[in-house]
Design a protein around this ligand. Structure first.
Ligand SMILES: Nc1nc2c(ncn2[C@@H]2O[C@H](COP(=O)(O)OP(=O)(O)OP(=O)(O)O)[C@@H](O)[C@H]2O)c(=O)[nH]1
Ligand SMILES: [Mg+2]
Length: 461
């Protein structure tokens, strides 16, 4: 007898439909107690005959219809959790859904804990741990980029990688065992060297995975967007417009911002660190020069650079290119002050150099806010563009921990081999690495660890 859990599986708040999900041994009796069609309770054989099909019927409380619903019954083991499971698709009114959930609880279900449906799916072998974690990430993803990484993992990227690591470790282990059990006469220097190379390759794969994943995470956690350009182009003004408050001092005196200023904000769910910098110019002022150096460093490490230009000044393409050519390639140029633009600034006349340097140019005015929504769209697409991030894989902290352990086991084994240790000795390291890789996809049985993993989920998942 498996206790029966129930929860709202769709988002809180009004919606066209809201789905209540129930899983466990009592799914069928509970469903029979609340479902009617044309005033007659549904029968068990009717539901059994319509398994995994939509049944249009009424949800009733003590004979009183609450809603017309679509009901789906998934008998074990062919369900998300691997247990008997039912979905009640009601109209998405939060009060109605709360009432209906209450009725299901009265009939014998209990409220599900966070992630309990997925935890049951894992315990019943429906999904591995990496898969479960990927689903959680998929649901919670706050940006298009994070979503893409989560999708890769839902479709088994981590499982694939860990299977490869596992099979390489197994063949290394088998080779070492053969050497221990049988004669070593046939072993040549080349075959040992070849084994070591394979260990090194596997260790490098783990290191790359960890590094890539850290990079992916830094993109997800926070991207840095730097505003840079010559003094007085309106960097601080744009900073204030984007964060919606007067953070940076604005003045018509060039060199107002003397050091970089950073603010954190969220752009449609993409967390960014926005940095206003000191205008870049030649100066004899030591403090300002230090500020410019610091600003350049910020710009170099940014994910996106917004290079501001002042269109109220005469614009001469040749001089501009000469002055800035090192920084132009792939830049996002923000042509500011178009409310008062000089006749020499024309989008048409910069078309050719736009192509040459693969520039994106956005015309804005911090004063009238013209072009700001378009700039924000551009910025968002830059931040979530795949470019050089296409191959990255995202490991959850737990997975990264195990991969790191494998990496250090392999380092140790390589070191031992290089010092002439026999296979009996370094096979220990391979054995530990094998235990670790098992944990990535899940041979985790420890209730506390599982509790920690699934508590990150939302209720109803
Ligand atoms: N007309 C007009 N003036 C602007 C616009 N944006 C900024 N300004 C003015 O340009 C001057 C310089 O603006 P800041 O934002 O301080 O420029 P900055 O690039 O931060 O300058 P530094 O900190 O000195 O490098 C100020 O007088 C602003 O009011 C705009 O869109 N239109
Ligand atoms: Mg400034």
């Amino acid at each position: 007898m498996i206790d029966t859990i129930a929860a709202l599986s769709t988002a809180q708040g009004p919606g066209a439909i809201g789905i209540l999900r129930v899983s466990g041994s009592l799914v069928l009796p509970i469903s029979l107690a609340v479902l009617e069609k044309n005033g007659t309770p549904l029968t068990e054989s009717f539901i059994q005959n319509q398994k995994r099909s939509a049944i249009f019927c009424d949800f009733v409380e003590k004979g009183k219809p609450l809603d017309q619903i679509v009901f789906l019954y998934f008998p074990a083991p062919n369900s998300y959790t691997g247990e008997d499971l039912a979905e009640f698709h009601l109209h998405g009114n939060p009060i109605l859904l709360k009432r209906a959930l209450h009725v299901l609880l009265e009939k014998g279900a209990r409220p599900a804990d966070k992630g309990e449906f997925t935890k049951r799916a894992y315990l019943n072998g429906k999904i591995n741990l990496s898969g479960a974690e990927a689903i959680s990430r998929l649901i919670e993803a706050r940006s298009k980029y994070e979503l893409e990484l989560a999708q890769k993992n839902v479709f088994g990227e981590i499982t694939k990688l860990s299977s490869k690591i596992r099979s390489d470790l197994i063949s290394l282990k088998a080779e070492c065992e053969a050497e221990i059990d049988f004669s070593t006469e046939d072993l040549t220097f080349e075959s040992l060297e070849e084994r070591k190379n394979r260990m090194v390759a596997l260790k490098n794969l783990c290191s790359k995975l960890i590094k890539d994943s850290e990079r992916a995470e830094s993109f997800i956690l926070q991207s840095t967007v730097v505003l840079y350009g010559e003094p007085n182009t309106g960097k601080s003004s744009l900073m204030n417009v984007l964060i919606g408050k007067d953070r940076s001092i604005i003045s018509d005196v060039p060199g107002t911002t003397r050091d970089y200023i950073a603010e954190e904000l969220s752009l449609d769910g993409i967390p960014i660190r926005l940095v206003d910098t000191a205008g870049i110019r030649d100066t004899n002022d030591t403090i300002e020069r230090m500020g410019i150096e610091r600003s350049k460093r910020e710009a170099d490490s940014a994910n996106v650079k917004l290079f501001l230009i002042d269109t109220s000044l005469p614009f001469e393409k040749k001089t501009f290119i000469e002055k800035h050519k090192d920084r132009l390639l792939g830049s996002l140029i923000v042509a500011n002050k178009i409310d008062t633009k000089h006749p020499s600034w024309q989008m048409e006349s910069v078309q050719d150099f736009k192509e040459e340097f693969q520039l994106t140019i956005s015309e804005i005015s911090c004063k009238t806010k013209q072009g700001i929504p378009e700039l924000l769209e551009l910025l968002k697409s830059k931040l979530t563009s795949k470019d050089d991030t296409e191959d990255l894989v995202l490991l959850e902290d737990r997975q990264r921990y195990h991969i790191q352990k494998i990496e250090s086991c392999l380092s140790e084994a390589i070191q031992l081999m290089e010092n002439g240790a026999p296979a009996e000795i370094y096979i220990q390291e391979i054995n530990v690495a094998l235990q670790e890789i098992g944990q990535v996809n899940g041979t985790v049985e420890n209730e506390e660890i599982l509790g920690r993993i699934f508590s990150k989920f939302c209720v109803g998942k």
